[in-house]
Design a protein around this ligand. Structure first.
Ligand code: GLY
Ligand code: MN
Ligand code: MN
Length: 441
């Protein structure tokens, strides 16, 4: 196994410095995610908030970041106190003192001191940066703290008069990945690709979707991912035409395709991979025909990922290849440009060709600026994931019924084009059949 990549604390502090510079003046308050109860005393696995993690690398729940901009900037963390009793039951807590040193804050407070200390930090600040509406419980607390400050008005203290969304600054920063983030994403991609290879090796008719899911999850965790990046889709046969199928509880049949959309998360960074292959290891004629169209669309779309192209260029490229392919299969008739204009592909391809990828599988960052698709630039990371989903219909020859195919890779925009992070997961028909029959390509 490769050596563990650990968070670079200096980098997280430097990100906070950049946020402070962009704020100019005012105070930013950002809470991490709450713990969520699943049922009774059982919690969902804890996952920190992505924005909070990006700026702190602090992974404990009940923590709040406060940044005060201006001539004397301050970086402040509220976190849980040390508590021997709780640490015996639930594990280690840094506590404010160790957290200040380890995570390079100027000041730290106990989380329990929020109601006393936070209003003081809002005093006389012109602007409050905050994740407005993210969590109604937090909105209520924040309004309470603002009112506490306002109540002191006669003593000459003022409350922030402007409220801005903190995420606007952080989202734009998150959109461009630094070298450390790219290394984490490459690791998430490598581990996840190994899971897909394992799934291709073991898959046989008669197995269940859940058994393939188990194989994937085993490899994600064994490779070092802390969690799956999202709920795995393991969809045999007709289930592949259900875009968000997550039941994963049906048997796999000889002659069907299997669509797997699954990947792991490594120190917060997601991979997002889809592969589609025949349960029995050999593509049938109709499966092959549709697969080659989706693969051609995907390769052409990846070619369109380069600096200077717009966000939508890969999607437009994929649509053209898919629509031409549907004409070739005689599933659509008419002239290509007209079919594209009418969106005639929509019954077979109803989603976009990708999304930003990073700490969130559908990552932060605007897709349009001032109404126009934004331009791709080095450091952006995105998925490229065209597909075709052919449901039973009178207008469609039976050989194509229930063929659902998506091929999804993760790519990083480079200075000259792009780098495919997930190329270790086989996707040509030859490679897939080789791996399924001989274990390797
Ligand atoms: N796995 C989620 C997506 O492909 O967008
Ligand atoms: Mn995706
Ligand atoms: Mn996906």
């Amino acid at each position: 196994m490769q050596a563990e990549l650990t968070p670079d604390i200096a980098l997280h502090r430097a990100r906070r410095d950049r946020v402070l510079q962009q704020m100019g003046a005012g105070v930013l308050v950002l809470a991490t995610a709450p713990e969520v109860i699943r049922n009774r005393d059982a919690h969902y696995p804890y996952r920190y908030d992505s924005h909070f993690h990006y700026l702190t690398a602090f992974a404990e729940p009940e923590a709040v970041l406060v940044l005060i901009a201006g001539p004397e900037p301050r970086q402040i963390l509220f976190c849980r106190d040390k508590n021997l009793e709780r640490e015996i039951w639930d594990g280690f807590r840094f506590g404010p003192e160790a957290a200040r040193e380890q995570f390079r804050f100027d000041t730290t407070f106990a989380y329990d001191a929020l109601d006393d200390e936070l209003p003081k930090l809002l005093e006389n600040q012109p602007t409050l940066y905050y994740a407005i509406g993210f969590d109604p419980a937090w909105d209520a607390r924040m309004l309470g703290w603002l009112n506490t400050v306002r109540a002191k008005g006669r003593t000459g203290v003022s409350a922030p008069s402007a409220l801005l969304d903190a995420r606007a600054i952080i989202d734009e920063m998150r959109l461009i990945k630094d070298a450390h983030e790219l290394a984490l994403m490459q690791r998430a991609a490598d581990i996840s690709a190994a899971g897909h290879v394992a799934a291709q090796r073991v898959c046989k008719p008669g197995m269940g979707e859940w058994q393939i899911e188990a194989e994937l999850l085993y490899h994600f965790r064994k490779g070092g991912c802390q969690a799956p990046a999202y709920t795995s889709i393991v969809a045999g046969g007709a289930n592949a035409c259900v875009l968000h199928y997550v039941g994963n509880d049906q048997p796999l049949h000889d002659g069907d395709l299997l669509l797997i959309d699954a990947a792991g998360e490594y120190h917060g960074y997601a991979a997002d991979i889809t592969r589609t292959f025949p349960v029995n290891g050999r593509f049938s004629g109709a499966q092959r025909d549709v697969y080659e169209i989706v693969l051609a669309a995907q390769l052409a779309a990846i070619d369109a990922v380069k600096p200077g192209n717009t966000w939508n260029a890969p999607h437009d490229t994929a649509l053209r290849v898919l629509t031409q392919g549907l004409r070739d299969l005689k599933l659509l008739t008419g002239e290509l440009d007209g079919l594209l204009e009418q969106e005639a592909y929509k019954p077979f391809y109803m989603h976009k060709t990708g999304h930003w990828l990073g700490l969130d599988v559908h990552d932060a960052g605007e897709y349009k600026l001032n109404g126009a698709w934004r331009t791709l630039q080095a450091g952006m990371t995105l998925t490229v994931e065209p597909g075709l989903y052919i449901r039973p219909s009178e207008d469609v020859p039976k050989a194509f019924w229930n063929i659902g195919i998506r091929i999804e890779d993760d790519v990083a925009v480079t200075e000259n084009g792009c780098h495919v992070l997930t190329s270790a997961a086989p996707k040509t028909i030859t490679d897939i059949e080789q791996v399924m029959h001989h274990g390797t390509r």
